[in-house]
Design a protein around this ligand. Structure first.
Ligand code: SAH
Ligand code: AVI
Length: 323
């Protein structure tokens, strides 16, 4: 790593392995079967996600980039912050539009060590003088690993890409509450959230013609195979993306195409899937402005700005700690 990059790993291999064992044991024995979406993002999964962001059907990345490209100066000016903290930073690509507004420090936090190291290297090379800090950690349980703000102003904490939608309502309430508890009076929170729209647009975004999202979904089986010595076979499962109109979220599932028995030696488990049985691998909730305002108010955050792209597909919203 170059001298102006620091890297802290709060998820050493045994920690991640233990968390995977726990999540798989719990999720594969519950009904319906479920896996937390954070396990998508090994090296291959992070690369597949980056490919998803370039697909014609996957509009969120383009829509969010459009807002940042036109509004980043206004957003950053409204905060007065010079340190950027990003949760679930991935490749940190869109982040550059915020860094370009005079940021002096950048803290990236992600569970995916490969994505994090790659992004920190690239930023350090392209932004001489920017203090870059990579924190490998889980934003659901380890927000305490984010360094406190320095003397030169507040931190702008950003959570981009619509990743908030990958948490269910109870997880979101916990996340917003934890985050609020860690914000000082000069800190601000910028949230990227995808908006409710027609399933005719939403479903193809999660079931693209080129099959990249299907490969991303299937990759979680490889994560279980590598991490737990399991023997999942891609051909036994098909990718499913459906719109749940009641919950206003997309669900990704893997559906067994025949009766399947899978061994997971590392957790001493054999799991049976009946033909047609589905395992939920992700929710991707879509939001309305009023709903977000309610959820964030409950956590003690007040609205300080709202922006959408030209087609009102995606939102960026700014929040300050309620006094
Ligand atoms: N913010 C980027 C990446 C979005 S992909 C963008 O807008 O394009 C979601 C990212 O969140 C991945 O890099 C994944 O590794 C990370 N992530 C998912 N769950 C996480 C968790 N619980 N803690 C920390 N990072 C997580
Ligand atoms: C990271 N997250 C916001 C993406 C989403 O749209 O929910 C992950 C993803 N899943 C399928 N395609 C992209």
């Amino acid at each position: 790593m170059p001298a102006d990059v620091t890297f802290t790993d709060h998820l050493p291999p045994h920690h991640a392995a233990e968390a995977l064992r726990r999540d798989a044991a719990r999720g594969l024995t519950s009904r319906p079967k479920v896996l937390p979406p954070k396990w998508f993002y090994d090296k291959t999964g992070s690369e597949l996600f980056d490919r998803i962001t370039t697909l014609p059907e996957y509009y969120p990345t383009r829509a969010e980039r459009e807002i940042l490209a036109t509004r980043a100066a206004e957003i950053v000016a409204a905060t007065g912050c010079r340190t950027l903290v990003e949760l679930g930073s991935g490749s940190s690509e869109k982040t550059r539009l915020l860094l370009d507004q005079g940021m002096t420090g950048y803290v990236a936090l992600d569970v995916s060590e490969d994505a994090l190291r790659g992004a920190c290297h690239a930023l350090a090379a392209d932004y001489p003088g920017l203090a870059v800090s990579g924190v490998c950690a889980d934003f659901e349980t380890q927000l305490h690993t984010v360094p406190d703000g320095g003397p030169d102003g507040g931190r702008l904490v950003v959570f981009l890409g619509g990743t908030i939608g990958n948490l269910d309502p109870a997880q979101r309430a916990r996340f917003f509450g934890d985050l609020r508890a860690r914000l000082g009076p000069r800190d601000r929170f910028l949230l990227g959230a995808d908006l409710v729209k027609s399933p005719d647009v939403l479903v193809p975004a999660y079931d693209d013609a080129a099959g990249v999202t299907a490969a991303f979904n299937h990759n979680v089986l490889d994560v279980l195979n590598k991490g737990l010595g399991a023997d999942f076979r891609h051909e036994d499962f098909e990718h499913v993306a459906l719109w749940d109109a009641g919950n206003e979220w997309i669900e990704m599932r893997l559906r067994a195409v025949r009766d399947v028995l899978v061994g997971l030696p590392a957790i001493d488990l054999v799991v049976a899937f009946d033909a047609g049985e589905e395992m939920r691998t992700e929710i991707s909730a879509k939001f309305r402005r009023e709903g977000l305002e309610r959820e964030l108010a409950t956590a003690g955050l007040s609205p300080a700005g709202w922006w959408t792209d030209g087609e009102a597909r995606f939102s960026l919203s700014l929040w300050s700690p309620t006094a």
